[in-house]
Design a binder for this molecule. Sequence first.
Ligand SMILES: Nc1ncnc2c1ncn2[C@@H]1O[C@H](COP(=O)(O)OP(=O)(O)O)[C@@H](O)[C@H]1O
Ligand SMILES: [Mg+2]
Length: 212
Amino acid sequence: MDLSSVVVTEGEGYTDEEIAQWMAQQEQEKKDSFFETSSNVGKRYKNKRLSDYIAETDEQKHILETVKQYIKDVNEGKDRTLWMCGATGTGKTLLGSCICYETKGVYCKTYDIKDDLVENHFQRKQTFKKWTDYQSLVIDEVGRCEAEKDFMFQLLNERYENEVSTVIITNLSPSELKEKLGQALYDRFVHNCVSLTFKGESHRKSERSINI
Ligand SMILES: Nc1ncnc2c1ncn2[C@@H]1O[C@H](COP(=O)(O)OP(=O)(O)O)[C@@H](O)[C@H]1O
Ligand SMILES: [Mg+2]
């Protein structure tokens, strides 16, 4: 909104309400622009919002409430770590993308971090710092990349010490994850954090059958 379009109360300037409305609009525009240009969220998920997540079962309702609480906490400046584990096609990436939209977060897959560290190994320190500094980061496909044991503990540890927030998404079961990432990381980050388990049928199948 252009402030010139705000009704001016003669002699008094803008009312508090008008200023609050203008500031909220500015914030919304910043959020939209960041999401569009810098969030790294894929096209498939760009138009999805929290309201698109269908929560029918008690588990899905719990998932949605937990995600909303995570967003609220992060937007209030609290640092949080959230693990989303479970079956494919059950909405993990959808909700991870919504979290990016709502918190001005950055989305990536584990191998994006690995590739970045490999490509910039001469500036490893600065490259690593970039990943540890994002205020809100969503890391998808955790446990799929061979080299991640080498950097994941350090990354999560430094993000934790930096008091920034991280969502970790994986299709692996807790025991597979423990094997992939190592006991230390598992004990420190999986065991002690809020974690959500996604169960049930893949929505991909139903989306495909609708398209047929
Ligand atoms: N509970 C849900 N409500 C609405 N759409 C869903 C839900 N779960 C999954 N989807 C949709 O199904 C597709 C696959 O979901 P996705 O988030 O990619 O699954 P995952 O990351 O868990 O493998 C996406 O198009 C997503 O929007
Ligand atoms: Mg996914």
